[in-house]
Design a protein around this ligand. Structure first.
Ligand SMILES: Nc1ncnc2c1ncn2[C@@H]1O[C@H](COP(=O)(O)OP(=O)(O)OP(=O)(O)O)[C@@H](O)[C@H]1O
Length: 254
């Protein structure tokens, strides 16, 4: 039932399992993400985070269980169909066109979106795409970098731009695949500030190794180990949980 206290989740994962031969990468996972929520999925290496991410993004299909997106059955939908429904994702490996400017990277992404959705005159489509590129640059704090080649950006700025590319389509939900990976401490702080500044119209689900980024950005954290969810709670609850300490915090902060 939909009401103000318990709105219909934008993502509902039920009993999802993914086997690879004899390996059970994800086992019987349930996950509900509310509209506008900021959620992180954490866990040590091999916990099943990437596998779960791929199942949600539509890059892979569960062995059993179901996935609903925006209230509709999506278990067997491909990635493109999920994108059309309003899901967007980032990638661990950069997809930037390094020889083009920030604006042109965003512009091409915007043309891709509009090209599929509207039948506009080319000039009108170009204008709309330019406007959208600049608006997206502003939303990720890159207005002063519009004319900079993507290849000349710092590592942190490239990550900002990748988030921008994922936001061009104005998704309802953004999946972030380890956004802090490989960033310096100061770059991670800037990334955290950017994620916190994003419009609440976009629901955020991030898979993240970095505890500081995850526990600062997320309101709820889902902790995985050996393919199962072992605990879910607020950042304070996660910090206080003995199992998290034993499995993750202890190791990460030795
Ligand atoms: N394509 C595959 N074929 C076989 N086994 C796989 C495959 N993908 C993942 N696995 C196995 O599933 C388990 C979970 O892997 P997964 O990559 O989802 O974990 P993770 O939490 O993302 O770890 P990491 O942080 O190291 O990427 C691991 O034991 C892994 O070896």
């Amino acid at each position: 039932m939909t009401d103000a206290v318990h709105p219909e989740p934008v993502l509902r994962v039920r009993g999802v399992t993914r086997r690879f031969g004899g390996v059970v990468a994800v086992r019987d996972v349930d996950l509900d993400i509310a509209p506008g929520e900021r959620r992180a999925v954490l866990g040590p290496n091999g916990a099943g985070k990437s596998t779960l991410f791929n199942l949600i993004a539509g890059a892979d299909t569960p062995t059993s269980g179901s996935i609903e997106l925006f209230g509709a059955e999506a278990t067997r939908l491909g990635a493109r169909q999920r994108t059309r429904a309003g899901l967007s994702r980032t990638f661990q490996t950069s997809r930037l066109l390094t020889g083009l400017t920030v604006e042109d990277n965003l512009y091409l992404a915007a043309v891709g979106v509009d090209g599929g959705r509207f039948r506009l005159l080319r000039s009108a489509r170009d204008r709309t795409a330019r406007e959208r590129a600049r608006a997206t640059a502003a939303s990720v704090g890159m207005t002063d970098r519009l004319d900079t080649l993507a290849g000349d950006l710092s590592h942190g700025e490239q990550r900002q731009l990748e988030i921008g590319l994922a936001l061009v389509a104005e998704p309802r939900m953004l999946l972030l695949d380890e956004p802090a990976a490989g960033l310096s401490r100061s770059e991670r702080q800037l990334l955290t500030a950017l994620l916190l500044s994003l419009d609440r119209d976009v629901t955020l689900l991030l898979i993240e190794h970095d505890m500081d980024v995850a526990l600062t950005v997320a309101e709820r954290v889902t902790m995985m180990h050996d393919g199962v969810v072992i605990v879910e709670g607020t950042p304070a609850e996660i910090r206080a949980d003995q199992r998290v300490h034993d499995l993750y915090l202890g190791k990460a902060h030795v």
